[in-house]
Ligand binder design. Structure first.
Ligand SMILES: NC(=O)C1=CN([C@@H]2O[C@H](COP(=O)(O)OP(=O)(O)OC[C@H]3O[C@@H](n4cnc5c(N)ncnc54)[C@H](O)[C@@H]3O)[C@@H](O)[C@H]2O)C=CC1
Ligand SMILES: NCC(=O)COP(=O)(O)O
Length: 340
């Protein structure tokens, strides 16, 4: 056995023309020195074989049933084959592969739901490529919430958190145009997000008393209303409700001064009001270590912090660090789930 547990993780291929396939291969090559837990890949074995050969790497690949994956992992990279064949070339994304990309995600969720896997790790997808194929979810985060919904029930509210040892950030609004942020930002949305983050920091991350910091929206958190009013009319009331819940919350903080090292030591997670307010600081501080983890789901899902990197796909130079961090965090957060 390799790694800390016998629980199987399932890893999706991501966009087959991106760096996902080669990152999986490199992560498997590093399995021993990194003490990675056993994982199986959801992909087309022929495609992954071609990627391996084109890179000139010698990696045994073994198509397996999920129940055989853990025992295979030490000697070969286990692949749970998908029904859609893929002939993607690195760096040349094509909506024709959307069915395979989606099948990988759906199969991973099924395996986690059935108890055959303890958690899932996704490789990056290019949203615009999937949109061209008719995909109607903004990204994995919302798609996974839809897949997590019990029959006849509404999808759970998913929360995106980018986590590293140095900083954890949560964009309250995510993949929407910047101009739509002020109207999308409501007190209810901030409260709901803060409650989910506080609960999951306690339950999944083991923090007995999580401390949240909430960013303002406007420069200087609105400068007492002189540079915008959302900080006092929308964000402050949310902070007061979260405090009434007993959650320790600071804010609204001017976003420009809340991410330096001393400021970061005062909180466990920062709630940011829009995508780049959250992701710029963490990708600047911890690009190779940060992990995207979805909170609010009934299962554990992690992902590297970066995207498909079509510009370097197939060159063998993409760094597997964030994927390996995602695999380790998935094992840590999913460890309580029993293997079948
Ligand atoms: N979880 C997911 O599925 C995510 C998907 N994306 C998707 O990725 C696509 C491309 O997004 P970009 O903004 O260009 O970001 P990107 O992260 O793919 O690339 C940005 C820059 O970082 C480099 N880079 C990224 N990962 C690297 C690695 N592991 N090793 C070395 N260099 C690396 C790239 O070569 C590029 O120069 C978009 O279509 C977006 O939708 C972006 C973020 C997350
Ligand atoms: N910028 C983060 C990102 O795009 C991740 O999206 P998701 O596919 O994990 O929802």
């Amino acid at each position: 056995m390799i790694g800390p547990g016998r629980n199987l993780l399932v890893v999706t291929q991501g966009d087959p023309a991106g760096i996902g396939p080669e990152l999986i291969l490199r992560a498997w090559l590093h399995r021993r020195e990194q003490a990675l837990p056993a994982f199986a890949v959801l992909a087309d074995p022929d495609h992954l074989g071609r990627v391996t050969r084109d890179l000139g790497w010698s990696i045994p690949i073994s198509p397996v049933e999920p129940s055989k994956a853990i025992d295979t992992f030490d000697a070969a990279l286990p692949i749970i084959p998908l029904s859609h064949a893929v002939s993607a070339e690195p760096g040349r994304p094509d909506p024709a592969y959307a069915a395979s990309v989606i099948e990988a995600i759906e199969t991973a969720v099924r395996l986690v739901h059935s108890g055959a896997a303890s958690a899932l790790v996704t490789n990056p997808i290019a949203k615009h490529v999937l949109y061209d194929a008719g995909f109607r979810h903004p990204g994995h985060t919302e798609f996974l919430a839809a897949l997590a919904a019990a029959p006849g029930e509404a999808a759970p509210h998913p929360v995106m958190m980018l986590w590293s040892e140095a900083l954890a950030v949560v964009p309250v609004t995510v993949h929407i145009p910047l101009g739509s942020v002020p109207s999308a930002l409501t007190t209810e949305l901030i409260v709901e997000t803060g409650r989910i983050v506080a609960r999951e920091l306690r339950v999944r991350f083991g923090l007995s008393h999580p401390r949240l910091a909430v960013a303002g929206l406007n420069p200087h958190a609105g400068e007492n209303g002189a540079i915008g009013t959302e900080d006092s009319t929308v964000i402050m009331p949310a902070i007061e409700i979260l405090r009434q819940d007993g959650i320790e919350v600071a804010g609204p903080l001017p976003a420009d001064t809340m991410f330096h090292a001393r400021a970061r030591s005062r909180y466990d997670a920062a709630l940011a009001m829009y995508h780049d307010q959250a992701l710029i600081p963490i990708k600047t501080i911890a690009f190779d270590e940060a992990v995207n983890v979805t909170l609010g789901l009934p299962f554990v899902r992690t992902s590297p912090d970066h995207g498909t990197a079509f510009d370097i796909a197939g060159k063998g130079i993409a760094r597997p660090d964030s994927l390996m961090a995602a695999i380790k965090l998935a094992a840590r957060l999913g460890a309580g789930r029993p293997a079948p």
